[in-house]
Unconditional design. Structure first.
Lengths: 332, 177
């Protein structure tokens, strides 16, 4: 038997009984980053496949939201910093070894491009919003169009982006994959937290992010074909996610003691119900089944599986951020 | 040059002088500490053994904190000492998450703070504050690249261990058995 106790006072917040310095802002950001990555991945992919007019919501409308997701996520990140006035230091360095460094650069690039992308479609977006009767958003787009006519630099910017849109689409497709996968790699880079420290976490977060992206389109699109296609895509993504999750737990179970201990958080430990019932049950399996029914022709309101996937994806990030910090090497 | 520290667990009485010396020398905020004492009890009654470990940043050879730092604020200086440049630190906490030893914390001013091996004293040829005040002389600081240094000789002759070698960080604080 061995027992270890701290013999001198160390009254430092966030270190004991286990490291806990990242909370809901980080988890929310990871969710929003993944969601934005998913939406942009579909938008650019279908644009490059020439589906611009067949899938207007996926290609043009959904990306309007991504700028706000990414911007809000970035604000949360800055809010979470403890030395806020120095946050610009992120952009005076590029450190390839640090996922947070190249993630910050990716996030900044995606923010700019996700603003330019819908801007370059502003006319057809206005048309779509008008037809759909989304009046407030329509008023904003009309104002942007007026600005475009009045203000030459904006006109020039939109023209420039339109001209090289295909090139930007490839770039944004690439960056959205990086953004989606980095939210997972960010956590998996921490060897001190065995629950995070597995190489499947990047692909798992990417898959989950793309799945929430497809759910978002499925939820808000009014085009039956688009919704059905996203349902089918989401089903396959959920299947892949389930495979990755089993794979992740198997990997930890086959690892050294600290990794087995990490898996125990989900296998009988305090996150068991949250992980298997709330996330896997209500956030993956149930929407999967509802999507199967929907595709088979039963009437299921697409908002139901979509919202389950979105809420499930958010809860998954919360679980991973909180449980990951509890998973540590034995106390010293 | 490779600075390291050796602590003789046979001599340490867990008085905590090293902790207070560090707080004083480095102006550590109240309630905080860059080093600390862990009491280790092993065995089962009646064969119970107790020893103390004075712990701090392990100034690892393989530094996860420096690797995950997005700005380069965490860096390694001459002699393998791991330091944080306050003006480059954004306080994101990545290095705190990366350290398996709980050696780093947020200073109340926002930046991340930790043991520096008293590099300002070492530059003047002095021992770190914790080593210099130890009443039982159980701590040794020196250069591992110099085979004649006291610490090199101790590590050659005495059995020793490091903390969490399985974390793969190659820690440079050695505990003599």
């Amino acid at each position: 038997m061995e027992e270890r106790i701290l013999a001198t006072a160390r009254d430092i917040e966030g270190l004991y009984p286990h490291v806990h310095i990242w909370g809901w802002p980080i988890a929310t950001y990871l969710f929003l980053g993944g969601l934005a990555a998913g939406i942009l991945l579909f938008a650019t992919l279908y644009y490059l496949n020439g589906k611009e007019n067949d899938m207007p919501f996926t290609v043009k409308i959904a990306p309007v939201f991504t700028f706000f997701f990414v911007a809000f996520g970035s604000l949360l990140l800055i809010y979470d910093l403890h030395h806020k006035p120095y946050f610009w230091r992120l952009f005076t360095a590029f450190r390839i070894e640090s996922p947070m460094s190249w993630g910050a650069w990716t996030l900044a690039s995606v923010s700019i491009l996700s603003l330019l992308w819908p801007l370059s479609f502003v006319d057809s977006i206005e048309d779509y919003l008008h037809r759909r009767g989304w009046k407030r958003m329509d008023a904003i787009t009309r104002w942007i169009i007026r600005m475009e006519h009045r203000w030459a630099p904006l006109r020039w910017l939109i023209m420039f982006f339109r001209r090289y849109r295909k090139l930007f689409a490839y770039l944004l497709l690439f960056l959205s994959i990086i953004l989606g996968i980095y939210t997972g790699i960010l956590l998996s880079a921490f060897n001190a937290h065995p629950l995070w420290n597995n190489s499947i976490l990047g692909p798992l977060f990417l898959t989950s992010g793309v799945s929430t992206g497809s759910a978002f389109v499925m939820w808000l699109s009014n085009n039956k074909k688009e919704r059905r296609l996203m349902s089918i895509i989401d089903m396959s993504l959920i299947a892949v996610e389930l495979f990755f999750i089993i794979h992740m737990i198997m990997g930890m179970q086959a690892g050294p003691e600290a990794y087995k201990e990490a898996a125990r958080l989900f296998l009988g430990g305090q996150f068991t119900v949250w992980f298997w019932v709330i996330f896997v049950g209500f956030g993956l399996v149930l929407p999967f089944l509802l999507e199967v029914f929907e595709v088979r022709g039963f009437h299921v309101h697409p908002a139901v599986p979509a919202l389950l996937v979105l809420v499930g994806g958010f809860i998954f990030r919360i679980i991973m951020v909180y449980a990951g910090q509890m998973s540590e090497y034995p106390f010293l | 040059m490779r600075y390291a520290m050796a602590l003789d667990t046979k001599k340490c009485v867990g008085c905590g002088d090293c902790v207070v010396a560090c707080q004083t020398e480095n102006n550590v905020p109240l309630g905080y500490s860059r080093d600390w004492i862990t009491e280790v009890v092993k065995g089962q009654y009646p064969d119970v053994f107790l020893h103390f470990e004075s712990q701090r940043c392990n100034h690892c050879e393989d530094t996860p904190c420096v690797r995950t730092c997005p700005t380069g604020a965490s860096h390694v200086i001459e002699g393998g000492i791991v330091k944080v440049t306050h003006d480059e630190c954004i306080g994101c906490g990545a290095c705190i998450e990366a350290c398996p030893y709980d050696a780093r914390y947020f200073h109340p001013d926002g930046y991340v703070d930790k043991c520096t091996f008293c590099d300002h004293r070492v530059a003047d040829g002095l021992d770190p504050a914790c080593v210099s005040v130890c009443p039982t002389k159980c701590m040794y600081f020196g250069d591992l690249d110099d085979p004649d240094s006291e610490i090199s000789q101790l590590l050659r002759t005495r059995e020793h261990y490091t903390l969490l070698p399985e974390a793969g960080t190659a820690p440079q604080i050695y505990y003599l058995k």
